[in-house]
Design a protein around this ligand. Structure first.
Ligand SMILES: [Zn+2]
Length: 67
């Protein structure tokens, strides 16, 4: 029995954000909305992406298993 194929084109393992980042929590830039637009912002801003990775790792270490 093959395991379920994970064919997502975005293999990011991202936690659900508990805050609504209408403004980027790292640089304060206004973001259109939470979710994809916010992740787009992170991808386009290396400083924010780096900060977000650190934030996410802290989050995951607080909650093993994620989500
Ligand atoms: Zn930012």
């Amino acid at each position: 029995m093959p395991s379920p194929a994970k064919t997502t084109t975005r293999p990011e393992n991202r936690p659900s954000l508990k805050v609504r980042p209408i403004y980027c929590m790292f640089c304060g830039t206004k973001v259109a909305e939470e979710g994809e637009p916010y992740y787009d912002h992170l991808r386009q801003n290396k400083a924010c992406e780096s900060a977000w990775r650190t934030w996410r790792e802290n989050l995951l270490s607080d909650h093993p298993g994620g989500d």
